[in-house]
Design a protein around this ligand. Structure first.
Ligand code: NAD
Length: 494
């Protein structure tokens, strides 16, 4: 594959001709090279998107865009095995998980095709106003050029979550994938083109965050920024957005609690806690990385979890039956190992805590559990973004909620109990955008997704995700022949 950028319907070298190596995290070998986009490439891509937004794309109907979105879904479906393998090479995740990501990506494009059709039906809808001399209708217009910046943990899926609604809304876009996992975003550019997306509507500029992401966030012709990534980068993007008063949505980090009461079914709790922290190597924004267990169940639960964690099959994501692949990059590996060392000083290590034996290459770490974690510990408060579970116990429901809610994040939370009244009560009091009862991590694309507090701004997915890319516009018409009469009457009597 040539290291090129996709701009205005064609492949281009980066303006400065730089390239970036892409590394397979299981082998630490370079498996691809991408173009290192910079501000000049972003300028070119945004200009193409702006032009395309003023051309025939602006006049497409929701039904026409739905047909294109379905063609993109079909294009991904036709290459799904290859795309899943690329995702494993790029990110390290087990193949079965990558296959799940691609299936969700296809579903996402089809879902937003349906929303594009529904949007057309809503165009010009009348809103009741309390004066029948006026008629108010609502039109939904695309917000303009969208700058989309995504992370590496679900490379294609995180892109789909914002590319699909942007296209459904009729926006044009510039997508900046993570420099660690850019390959499937480039494949998406080609698939979009083949599906009939006009030149300039979808542009993909690869590159480093500071060289390509920052100029995209700061570009004056970008009207909307949708960012998924860490809190510090989110703040930088929000600051850039504020300068031009751009529309903004942020999907940021988390440190999500899973609260387990002593009446919960131990076997089910073990399954969900394991999934909630070790899925995708724990590199999940909504990972339930803080286990808050009621005294009584806490001891036996931690014992069972430790036994299960030590049975997890670690290896190259392409390997048969592998459940835990390598972390995405050397940087992430160093960061997670650093937290494991911090945890050994702050709490009691139950299992894991380092590199698994027998691995000479690859960014592998062990599934790790710490117990007796005090609320002041760094491993309790900071997002590790790796397979590290921190456990604390509680006596009362209020104590559990205080532990759960004392965090700067508010993305997700889970509660496990057989008492459904209590489950509902606790769910209401958990400060999170997503709450799970007796499970962790199920994710559907129809409900809203996003966080409270520092976990983000706005919501993605469902029709909320579509609204992110639309400007609702009211058109109010006066239907009387007596213009001043209305005003004078109301001001005199009012
Ligand atoms: P990151 O913030 O380091 O990078 C995200 C993207 O921003 C990358 O494409 C990067 O190149 C780009 N970037 C970096 N610096 C930039 C700058 N100054 N201006 C503009 N763009 C810049 O995050 P990451 O390490 O790639 O991803 C992990 C983070 O993403 C975690 O915190 C995780 O919780 C979060 N995340 C959140 C959700 C969610 O839905 N809330 C989903 C997935 C991941």
């Amino acid at each position: 594959m040539q290291p090129k950028l996709f701009i205005d319907g064609a492949w281009h070298d980066a303006a400065e001709r730089g390239t970036i190596d892409v590394i397979n995290p299981a082998t630490e070998r370079v498996f691809a090279s991408i173009a290192a986009g910079t501000a000049a490439d972003i300028d070119r891509a945004v200009a193409a998107a702006k032009r395309a937004g003023q051309g025939p794309w602006a006049r497409t109907t929701g039904r026409e865009r739905a047909a294109i979105l379905r063609a993109i879904a079909a294009g991904i479906e036709a290459e799904k095995d290859r795309l899943a393998r690329l995702e494993v090479e790029d990110n390290g995740k087990p193949l079965a998980e990558a296959e799940g990501d691609i299936a969700d990506t296809i579903y996402c494009f089809n879902l937003y095709a349906t929303y594009a059709e529904e949007l057309e039906a809503k165009q010009g809808e009348q809103i009741a106003v309390p004066d029948d001399r006026f008629r108010t209708t609502i039109k939904y217009v695309p917000v303009g050029v969208a700058g989309l910046i995504v992370p590496w943990n679900y490379p294609l899926l995180m892109a789909a979550w914002i590319v699909a609604p942007a296209l459904a809304a009729g926006c044009t876009l510039v997508l900046k994938p993570s420099e660690y996992t850019p390959i499937t975003a480039l494949a998406l550019a080609r698939i979009c083109h083949d599906a009939g997306v006009p030149p300039g509507v979808v542009n993909v500029v690869t590159g480093l965050g500071r060289d390509a992401g920052a100029p995209l966030a700061a570009h004056p012709d970008v009207s909307k920024l949708a960012f998924t990534g860490s809190v510090p980068t989110g703040i930088a993007v929000a600051t850039a957005a504020a300068k031009d008063v751009k529309s903004l949505s942020l999907e940021l980090g988390g440190k999500s609690p899973i609260v387990v009461f002593d009446d919960a079914d131990l076997e089910q709790v073990v399954e969900w806690v394991m999934f909630g922290i070790f899925w995708n190597q724990g590199q999940v924004c909504s990972a339930t990385s803080r286990l808050i267990a009621q005294q009584g169940i806490a001891g036996p639960l931690v014992e069972r979890l430790a036994a299960e964690a030590q049975r997890i099959k670690i290896g190259d994501g392409m390997g048969e039956g592998v459940q835990l692949g390598p972390l995405v990059s050397h940087q992430q590996y160093d960061k997670v190992l650093g937290y494991m060392e911090t945890g050994k000083r702050e709490a009691t290590l139950v299992c894991g805590g380092g590199r698994p034996a027998g691995f000479n290459a690859g960014y592998f770490v062990e599934p790790t559990i710490f117990t007796n974690v005090p609320p002041s510990a760094r491993i309790w408060n900071e997002e590790i973004f790796g397979p590290v579970l921190s456990v604390a116990d509680f006596k009362t429901e209020d104590e559990a909620l205080t532990l759960a809610n004392t965090t700067e994040f508010g993305l997700a939370a889970a509660v496990m109990t057989k008492d459904l009244e209590r489950a509902e009560r606790v769910a209401d009091r958990l400060e999170a955008g997503v709450v799970w009862i007796n499970c962790s991590q199920p994710n559907f694309l129809e409900p809203p997704w996003g966080g409270m507090k520092k976990s983000g701004v706005g919501r993605e997915l469902g029709t909320w995700g579509l609204m992110n890319f639309l400007e609702p516009k009211q058109i109010t018409a006066y239907r009387s022949t007596d213009p001043w009469g209305w005003y004078l009457k109301d001001t005199k009597t009012g």
